[in-house]
Write a protein that binds this ligand. Structure first.
Ligand SMILES: Cc1cc2nc3c(=O)[nH]c(=O)nc-3n(C[C@H](O)[C@H](O)[C@H](O)COP(=O)(O)OP(=O)(O)OC[C@H]3O[C@@H](n4cnc5c(N)ncnc54)[C@H](O)[C@@H]3O)c2cc1C
Length: 447
């Protein structure tokens, strides 16, 4: 087997894309995946991805068997379903396995060595550097593989970074409240759906701390699911799915094609995604969009930056944390900055009642274009708050207006602080303390 320049753990979207880019750059890459070869690419997912991600990354659009449908926007419903707004923006409903196979084949075509059915159990650490991983291969043998750099692309389980000593900054735990536990089915229905929009339903009763979705694939095949924030007495998402969603008239007599669950990190990225000889990408970095949980695009963005930094660093010296540090800065300026301000917006939204949301939808206090802007750049502008203020004053909801002003204020503050992400790791602990303090302060204000 020999020694590799880079070991990538996990052949999801992040791992395959990082492997492809690094392999294309001429380095020797091993891609380790616990799934069997034929299952690689499959993932329990909503299967929706914005078109802009393909444009920004220079990837060709899904087509043929990979493409299920093209959306022209997202329709968001109020909890009582009496009102909705349309957020513009094209996106694709994809055949997730076919899309995953495309990325895998890209990696294989540039000579990446794939080890399917290989279950990684821990990193190997020597002299303060990650120098490889240990795992169990398909024959049940314990194997150690060595490399200069390991990329943790193992998804939410973060199998490599979470097995490092606790004093490694990259080993940051994700709290339950910063995740959504999801359940989803792909069903063939008797009724036909309009495939123009991906639909999101806000409802604390059905999906507390999350939402439920209906993303059409074909007019009579839809991806339907929900995510809940696992706090306190949060319900089991599968039970709520059966109780509130599967029982709706439009799903009467529907045939289940596929079902399953999964966890989505819904927060800012981990503060420090690098260590000596290691980087984290995709869900292992907590790269999903905190508002809608979309993680395919950001997993590819993080993989791209990680691959570029690894190629540069291995050409000129050891992959120390200091040398890999530019990955933190590049990811934050490309996506993390928006992610962190959306994280605060997410905390605010999770504290709104269904009644507040029904009211806001009814008063039409925020338009689809404004929601689009919040989602794209992570900014809620003050004119929106003024408009909300005017509407709220009508029936006096001062606490909601106050919280909205606080959110706008803190979204700006946290973006400024992330704009000051330390160029030098020595300054990192001080910076992280400032961020955590600001978030605590924000939560106190809105709670
Ligand atoms: C129910 C649900 C719905 C979603 N809907 C959407 C959506 O509509 N749009 C969107 O953009 N995002 C969605 N997401 C999020 C998105 O799927 C993820 O963010 C994205 O797939 C992350 O890619 P990844 O490569 O980082 O991780 P993953 O796709 O999870 O890949 C990690 C890989 O690592 C492998 N692995 C794990 N542990 C080990 C180990 N010990 N040894 C070897 N291999 C290992 C896994 O088998 C897996 O193949 C959804 C997620 C869920 C759960």
């Amino acid at each position: 087997m020999g020694t590799y320049d880079v070991i990538v753990v996990g052949a999801g979207t992040a791992g395959c894309y990082a492997s492809y880019l690094i392999g294309r750059g001429g380095l020797k890459v091993a891609l380790l995946e616990r799934k069997g070869f034929n299952d690689i690419g499959y993932k329990v997912c909503g299967d929706a991805i914005g078109k802009h991600h393909f444009d920004n990354l220079g990837l060709s659009y899904p087509s043929g068997e990979e493409l299920d449908c093209v959306f022209s926007g997202v329709k968001i419903y109020s909890p009582n379903e009496e009102h909705s707004i349309i957020v513009p923006g094209e996106g694709f409903g994809v055949n997730r396995k076919a899309f995953g196979r495309r990325l895998l084949n890209m990696a294989l075509d540039v000579g990446v060595d794939l080890f399917p059915s290989f279950h990684v159990s821990k990193p190997l650490v020597e002299g303060g550097f990650v120098v490889g991983v240990e795992g169990i291969d398909r024959e049940g043998h314990t194997i150690q593989l060595k490399s200069n750099v390991v990329i943790d692309a193992s998804g939410f389980s973060s199998i490599v970074r979470s097995r490092l000593p606790f004093d490694w900054w990259i080993n940051e735990q994700i709290k339950g409240e910063d995740t959504n536990i999801c359940y989803r089915e792909i069903v063939e229905t008797k009724v036909e759906f309009d495939t123009k929009y991906a639909m999101i339903y806000l409802s604390k009763r059905i999906a507390p701390g999350g939402y439920w979705w209906l993303f059409p694939k074909r007019s009579n095949i839809v991806n339907v699911g929900l995510g809940v924030q696992p706090t306190g007495n949060a319900p089991n998402p599968r039970i709520n799915y059966m109780r509130f969603i599967a029982s709706r008239p439009e799903f009467k007599g529907a045939r289940v094609i596929d079902s399953g669950g999964g966890i989505v990190p819904t927060r800012r990225p981990i503060y420090c995604p690098v260590g000596n000889g290691i980087l984290a990408v995709g869900d292992a970095l907590a790269a999903c969009n905190p508002i809608h949980g979309g993680g395919i695009g950001p997993s590819l963005i993080s993989a791209k930056h990680a691959a570029e930094v690894v190629l540069e660093v291995l050409e000129r010296g050891p992959p120390s944390m200091e040398n890999l540090w530019s990955y933190c800065l590049r990811y934050i300026s490309d996506y993390g900055l928006k992610q962190v301000s959306l994280d605060l917006f997410r905390m605010f939204l999770q504290r709104l009642s269904d009644d507040d949301l029904n009211f806001a939808f009814k008063q039409n206090v925020i338009s689809g274009d404004e929601v689009d802007r919040v989602g794209r750049v992570g900014e809620l502008n003050l004119s929106v708050v003024d408009k909300v203020g005017r509407a709220l004053k009508l029936i006096s909801r001062p606490s909601l207006l106050y919280k909205l002003k606080v959110v706008v204020d803190y979204m700006g503050k946290i973006k400024t602080l992330y704009g000051e992400y330390p160029e030098d790791p020595e300054m990192f602990p001080t910076w992280r303390n400032r961020v955590e303090k600001l978030i605590c302060e924000f939560v106190e204000h809105i709670s």
